[in-house]
Design a protein. Structure first.
Length: 134
């Protein structure tokens, strides 16, 4: 049991670090003009943040993007009302922008900036003690 708790805590810290690392990476990539990579990293910042939050709240999501998005929205926004539905929109639109960046025609500078802004809002809202200025 203690080992399981240790593993869960290690997973939480690992995904929390990845969320923050991806946010910083997205900002750097934006500054370098790599807008598609920026949108990708901003989305993954949100994804990892949602994943760690679900784990912290006692859920065991699989790592499927659709599952994490659905579980975060249904359990933490709709059912428990822990977070505003604004985060549902942010999560969904960031995923769409990441799909544009990775699989379609790419994203513009303005859309890349939007994903960075979304990631900042998402992390600042979910990680209440997270202080970051863009």
């Amino acid at each position: 049991m203690i080992l399981l708790i240790f593993e869960i805590n290690a997973m939480i810290e690992s995904f929390k670090f990845r969320a923050i690392e991806n946010l910083y990476s997205s900002e750097s990539l934006f500054d370098l003009g790599y807008y598609n990579a920026c949108a990708n990293r901003a989305y993954y910042s949100i994804f990892h943040c949602a994943l760690v939050t679900l784990i912290e709240k006692g859920f065991t999501p699989n790592l499927d993007h659709r599952n994490v998005l659905s579980m975060f929205n249904n359990e933490l926004i709709n059912r428990r009302k822990i977070f505003s539905s604004k985060l549902k929109d942010i999560f969904h639109e960031s995923q769409e922008l990441r799909n544009d960046a990775d699989y379609r025609n790419g994203v513009s500078k303005a859309k890349a900036k939007k994903t960075v802004d979304y990631a900042n809002v998402f992390l600042t809202t979910v990680f209440k003690d997270f202080k970051h200025e863009n």
